[in-house]
Design a binder for this molecule. Structure first.
Ligand SMILES: Nc1ncnc2c1ncn2[C@@H]1O[C@H](COP(=O)(O)OP(=O)(O)O)[C@@H](O)[C@H]1O
Ligand SMILES: [Mg+2]
Length: 345
């Protein structure tokens, strides 16, 4: 009786281990063998044959084993980027003999978390408005000063001096206009209309619109669309604005460079589509990269510092997210990840 209950329990545990959507592996540290791997663990590591053995798992998941005290290693959560996936895992030591490791695929979760984070920080609208007040306040103050000096001295100033003051005021006014134009794209935030967008056609049309301007600045633009990508799920107006913002930044970054190129690459990544805008422009330092999405962060004399923040917001509205990689003096690549559309639609 006891025996068969035990048996039943064991086979129950075994089938739980097999069906659970957590990877489980157990390593025997005495014999240096992998003594258990469940189905999910095999799936996670399947692309790489021969990876699932004792030595490989230790060097992949437990790099500090043997060099750090065990209590600093076990029972802690780790993450690992592995073949396009983001894995979270926790190793445990049992009975001084066995290491068992639970592995979770957190790719999707971390994507949704970063979307939520972006939405939260963008929704801090008062922060944005205080920035806008500041940005508009400066030029308006300076216009006021210029005009009052001019008014006080109108009878004494020569026509040339008057013109100088008027010009100064005009310059500030165009700064205000520029800011207002930049803010205009806020209005399309209200209600995204998500639909299937045939990405290759979309890019052909988009590039036709910007090509002339870019050519005038000596920039070559091209696209490469993966054959397995057809539709993405997006609001075409937002997508247009997003690409325009990224292309504008790329073209600014290319200003003093040779052999200026912008490439838009589209590749499938699981059930997402990655659109990568690459330039071989000036690139950015690590410090600059840390500030990119902050409103009003700009390194340009005529910049607003709103472009990337608005871009991120728009990408987020389309349930996507965004990543920037840049190397100083080499170039920048901006990846936006957008959900795939319905196939063959
Ligand atoms: N492709 C790029 N290459 C180099 N630097 C970039 C690129 N894109 C953005 N940046 C940096 O990020 C800053 C913020 O960009 P953005 O938010 O679009 O504002 P703006 O273009 O008005 O400065 C830029 O001033 C620039 O320093
Ligand atoms: Mg910009």
């Amino acid at each position: 009786m006891a025996h068969s209950e035990n048996h039943l329990e064991n086979s129950l545990y075994a089938s739980i281990m097999e069906t659970i959507d957590l990877g489980i592996v157990i390593l025997d540290v005495k014999t240096r063998e992998l003594i258990f791997k469940n189905k999910f663990a095999v799936e996670i590591f399947q692309q790489t044959q021969n990876l699932l053995d004792y030595r490989n798992l230790l060097s992949l998941l437990l790099t500090d084993y043997g060099s750090k005290p065990e209590k600093e290693i076990f029972g802690k959560n780790y993450t690992l980027r592995f073949k396009n996936r983001l894995l979270g895992y926790t190793p445990y030591m049992i009975a001084d003999n066995f290491i068992w490791i639970i592995i979770r695929d957190i790719t999707e979760r971390s994507r949704l978390e970063s979307i939520a984070e972006a939405v939260n920080s963008m929704d801090n609208i008062s922060f944005v408005f205080s920035g806008i007040r500041h940005e508009l306040g400066n030029p308006i103050n300076s216009i006021k000063m210029t005009l009052s000096v001019l008014k006080r001295n109108l009878s004494e100033y020569s026509p040339e001096t008057v013109e100088k003051y008027v010009d100064r005021a005009m310059t500030e006014i165009s700064r205000v206009e520029f800011l207002l134009r930049a803010l205009k794209s806020f209005s399309i935030f209200e209600k995204p209309e998500i639909q299937d967008v045939q990405i290759d056609d979309f890019l052909t049309r988009f590039i036709a619109l910007v090509r002339n301007d870019l050519h005038q600045s000596g920039i070559e633009i091209s696209k490469i669309v993966g054959l397995n990508v057809t539709n993405i799920s997006a609001d075409p107006r937002l997508l247009h604005q997003v690409l325009l913002n990224l292309i504008t930044n790329a073209s600014d970054a290319l200003e003093d460079q040779k052999n200026k190129k912008i490439t838009i690459r589209v590749i499938k990544q699981e059930d997402l589509v990655a659109m990568i805008v690459e330039d071989n422009g000036c690139g950015m330092s690590k410090e600059a990269q840390a500030n990119l999405f902050k409103p009003f962060y700009t390194t340009k004399t005529r910049g607003t510092g709103l472009g990337l923040m608005i871009t991120l917001k728009m990408v987020t509205l389309m349930k996507g997210n965004m990543e920037i990689n840049s190397i100083k003096d080499k170039g920048t690549s901006v990846t936006i990840l957008i959900p795939e559309g319905t196939r063959n639609a």
